[in-house]
Design a protein around this ligand. Structure first.
Ligand code: SAH
Length: 215
């Protein structure tokens, strides 16, 4: 079976490409451990180590590896952190975060589509990530029961920063979030005494749909 292949060589090449684009050693080494082929649909397994997004069904996508890597680098994730992800999708991005923060940390990922909650949960279990919890809900409301979070990673595009996410971020914490409907930009948001928003680059994400998202 395809899945029994390790794809180590393909993964190594992809990581070399990411390093050449300026991705940190820490993030690329962590990604070397995450088997992306376990998170893509079976018929696309041979494309798992290309640096592009892939469809996972119903118009949703697994992000491109360089985008996952960049977002992790901007967050400056540390061992033991508690991270909130909005949009579990395939579970791949959550797995990369989980790999970086280690088993002493925890990832909570909120997903609105039921079958993706099941899919991401199964993929994460299969890949061996037990310190990720996928929950059903409207991620624009965050996940107050486990707040506050050290870091928040939003993997779909919002009209603006949803106020509940800012509230649930620790002071000193960081959030990455794509903002915009047609022309989207990735922002790094730092919560200090106030809020600093730094524009990073143009991006393309599926929309964040919810109370503080698009309708
Ligand atoms: N991180 C994913 C990529 C997900 S694509 C991966 O690595 O595969 C974006 C996801 O956000 C989709 O699964 C979509 O269903 C989800 N989404 C959109 N609006 C949402 C909301 N309000 N709350 C939770 N999830 C949402």
């Amino acid at each position: 079976m395809e899945e029994e292949r390790g794809y180590e060589e393909e993964r190594r090449k992809l990581m070399e490409g990411l390093r050449a684009q300026g991705i940190s050693k820490e993030v690329s080494e962590a990604m070397m451990h995450v088997k992306r082929h376990l998170f893509v649909p079976h018929h696309l397994v041979d494309q798992a180590y290309g640096d592009s997004p892939l469809p996972i069904g119903e118009g949703q996508t697994i992000s491109a590896p360089h985008m996952v890597a960049m977002m992790c680098d901007y967050l400056e994730l540390k061992k033991g952190e508690k991270v909130l992800e909005i949009g579990a999708g395939s579970g791949y991005h959550a797995a990369v975060i989980a790999e970086i923060i280690g088993e002493e940390g925890h990832v909570y990922s909120v997903e609105r589509i039921h079958w993706l909650i099941r899919l991401s949960g199964e993929n994460l279990k299969h890949a061996g990530y037990m310190h990720v919890t996928v929950m059903q809900g409207d991620g624009t409301l965050g996940l107050p029961e486990h707040a506050p979070y050290d870091k928040i990673s939003v993997t779909c595009a919002a009209p603006d920063v949803p106020p509940p996410l800012l509230e649930q971020l620790k002071t000193g914490g960081k959030m990455v979030i794509p903002i915009g409907r047609y022309r989207q930009e990735l922002y790094l948001v730092k919560k200090t005494n106030g809020v600093e928003k730094e524009r990073k680059c143009d991006v393309i994400f599926v929309p964040l749909v919810g109370k503080y998202g698009f309708h």
